[in-house]
Design a protein around this ligand. Structure first.
Ligand code: PEP
Ligand code: MN
Length: 455
């Protein structure tokens, strides 16, 4: 049964919103072996409760409008690919803790609110540049995320299974439930978060250099306390979730029209983004995203032309509504300083106020001698620095970062303060897809970004 606030009679708006994409080419969709089984799974999802509500999506849109105006900063992070097996208390707890720690540092340094979005509770589908994977003379379909098939390299596991869409919904629900409990149940208390950061500064070699900033935060907290502010009242963190809106059958099945406003929302997450490989202006993804009222984002890679950006603006933000559209630039450290200025200038000339966010991960992926896909911490930092420099030069706002990270002590990216060496990648290389920053590297990045916002 649909929740009564979602209008069961507003079929026309909801259906056209959810279905118009079907007339367009949809890139990166799985080849489901059984269309009837897919329909039966999506029919079940259509009757299932939404994961998020319209008012929450509207609130995030207002928060993103503040980012667009230069009055807030965005921090988005989480796994490249969440997995069903990774839906554990420790895993979710670790990512959330890392993001809250990063946010505390950034809030203080930028002296602006930090809008926090987990790349969580729905990040189960992956676009792939190769349809097939070859190993030791065996060729099988590529892994496309737990929403589609299994990571294990066997024919049975790599076969797309529509029942996984139901599991994606359930894993998202479980994750979101814990995220909501932790962010409202005292875990996010600012003094507590700062105490964790103090631990990082005291216990790790890399943290030492951030002592001064941590001392300043101590003094700010003491000042707030002296003024009678009880930081336990700040124990509730506003936290949103988002994922790549890749699998349109899944997203369409969870699209709802709100009775009161007549507005239509993807209810699988607060924010959805379109990936670099699916942002074709005439394609199904842009069409679907043009019909939903959530805040949305689009990834922009190194070859993005100004015309493409203006086309996306017209299709996805025709009303030039601040907070509606975020451009997540992932040009690579080498390209960012050349590419970004023109794109920002063209968008400004249109009178649009979008959020500009840096994804310093996806343009900096390399293969190590050991064969591991990895990223150098220095390249990641250099792309973020380039992104901030360009905005400073243009007088526009560097809206924030979108990163792949985990709370665990993995060895997937090389470098950072407690440097992970290329020879050590195999120690704890656990990602199901792209290499993530570990807990220490994530905090290191946050402290360094904090300095950039200060300068
Ligand atoms: C991702 O975010 O994991 C991803 C595939 O990014 P992009 O679309 O930018 O390549
Ligand atoms: Mn990735």
């Amino acid at each position: 049964m649909r929740n009564s606030i979602w209008d069961p009679t507003a079929k026309t708006a909801a259906e056209s919103a959810a279905e118009s994409w079907r007339a367009r080419p949809a890139a990166q969709q799985p080849e489901w072996p059984d269309a009837d089984e897919l329909r039966s799974v999506t029919a079940g999802l259509e009757k299932s409760p939404p994961l998020v509500f319209a008012a929450e999506c509207d609130l995030l849109r207002r928060r993103m409008a503040a980012v667009a105006r230069g009055e807030a900063v965005l921090l988005q992070g989480g796994d490249c690919a969440e997995t069903f097996a990774g839906t554990t208390t420790d895993g979710i707890h670790g990512k959330l803790k890392t993001l809250l720690q990063m946010a505390a540092v950034l809030t203080h340094a930028a002296a602006l609110p930090v809008v926090k979005i987990g790349r969580m509770a729905g990040q189960y589908a992956k676009p792939r540049s190769q349809n097939q994977e070859h190993r030791d003379g065996v060729t099988l379909p590529s892994y496309r995320g737990d929403a589609v098939n299994g990571l294990e390299f066997t024919a049975a596991s790599r076969r797309p299974d529509p029942q996984r869409l139901r599991k994606m919904y359930e894993a998202s629900t479980t994750t979101l439930n814990l995220v909501r409990a932790l962010t409202t149940g005292g875990f996010a208390d600012l003094s507590q978060v700062h105490a964790w950061n103090r631990g990082f500064v005291a216990d790790s070699h890399v943290g030492e250099q951030y002592e001064e900033l941590a001392d300043e935060i101590d003094r700010s907290l003491a000042f707030m306390k002296a003024c009678g502010v009880d930081t336990r009242e700040l124990g509730t963190a506003e936290f949103f979730v988002g994922h790549e809106g890749l699998l349109l059958d899944y997203e369409a099945a969870l699209t709802r029209t709100e009775a009161e406003s007549g507005r239509t929302y993807a209810t699988s997450a607060h924010l959805l983004w379109i990936g670099e490989r699916t942002r074709d202006l005439d394609g199904a993804h842009v069409e679907y995203f043009s019909r939903i009222d959530n805040p949305i984002a689009v990834k922009l890679g190194p070859t993005t032309s100004p015309d493409t950006v203006l086309g996306l603006l017209d299709r996805l933000d025709p009303d030039r509504d601040p907070g509606r559209l975020t451009f997540v630039v992932r040009a690579g450290a080498e390209r960012i300083r050349d590419l970004l200025p023109t794109l920002v200038e063209k968008v400004n000339a249109e009178g649009a106020q979008v959020c500009w966010v840096s994804d310093p991960m996806h343009g900096n992926t390399i293969t190590a001698a050991s064969g591991h896909k990895t990223r150098r911490f220095d390249a990641i930092l250099d792309e973020v620095r380039g992104f901030v420099e360009v905005h400073d030069a243009l007088g526009s706002h560097p809206g924030g970062i979108h990163v792949e990270l985990t709370g665990d002590d993995v060895t997937e990216c090389v470098g950072g303060g407690n440097a992970v060496l290329a020879e050590e990648l195999h120690h704890r290389y656990e990602t199901a897809c792209d290499p993530r920053l570990n807990h220490t590297q994530s905090l290191d990045l946050a402290f360094r970004l904090a300095r950039m916002y200060r300068e």
